[in-house]
Design a protein around this ligand. Structure first.
Ligand code: GRF
Length: 203
């Protein structure tokens, strides 16, 4: 399966996908890494892996619709069949999301549907949660919403700062995203009434 990855920054989740795709027999290939920020470190990671990159600044477009149309055109031109959001910090328009319905996935650093949006680690600590984690899900128009493909739970330890917790969750993210991509690429994560059913691996 040909995949485009959209990023805005560091790209450590992108790196986990690059590494997974480089393992023998992995069912996906990254054909394009797109960033809305030209200085995103993830673009360097992609270049070092020999993957095509493109920076498209949202500031060069008058509105979200025209920016998203430019993104869509690049993704289609690259031949991508699936979009992976990996720390992409722009809200996508309902029109763009509709074009990639069940063909776009995102990773979020909480156990959704808890703690959508920014600062999820601070909020999980402030709420006194004993566990948080990460979620990979199909993207719907509402932020951090959509059918859940994979999750990993991570303990919140006494005295954890948001940075401590973020580092612990990030390690789980780097396992979860490649796992979810594999399931989707193998056609084993099927959306059924806004719930994902995971096909039997023996089937
Ligand atoms: C990750 O925590 C991801 O879950 C969130 O943004 C962060 C991106 O980190 N959506 P990186 O750029 O992949 O290192």
């Amino acid at each position: 399966l040909k995949v485009a990855v959209l990023i805005s920054g560091r790209g450590s989740n992108l790196q986990s996908l690059i590494d997974a795709c480089a393992t023998p027999g992995f069912p996906a290939e990254i054909v394009l890494v797109l960033s809305n920020k030209a200085d995103a470190y993830g673009l360097v990671r992609a270049q070092e892996a020999g993957i095509a990159t493109k920076a498209i600044s949202h500031k060069a477009y008058p509105d979200r619709e025209s920016f998203d149309a430019a993104l869509h055109d690049e993704i289609v031109a690259a031949g991508a069949q699936l979009v992976c959001l990996a720390g992409f910090m722009r809200l996508l328009t309902p029109g763009f999301v509709a074009k990639w319905h069940d063909r776009m996935i995102n990773i979020h650093p909480s156990l959704l549907p808890a703690f959508k949006g920014l600062h999820s680690h601070e909020r999980a600590i402030a709420a006194g949660c004993r566990f948080t984690g990460c979620t990979v899900h199909f993207v719907r128009a509402e932020m951090d919403d959509g059918p859940i493909i994979a999750q990993a739970a991570v303990p919140i330890l006494p005295g954890d700062s948001a940075d401590d917790l973020s580092a612990r969750v990030l390690m789980a993210e780097h396992r979860c995203y490649p796992l979810a991509l594999r399931l989707v690429a193998e056609g084993k994560a099927m959306v059924d009434g806004e719930i994902v059913r995971i096909a039997d691996s023996a089937a």
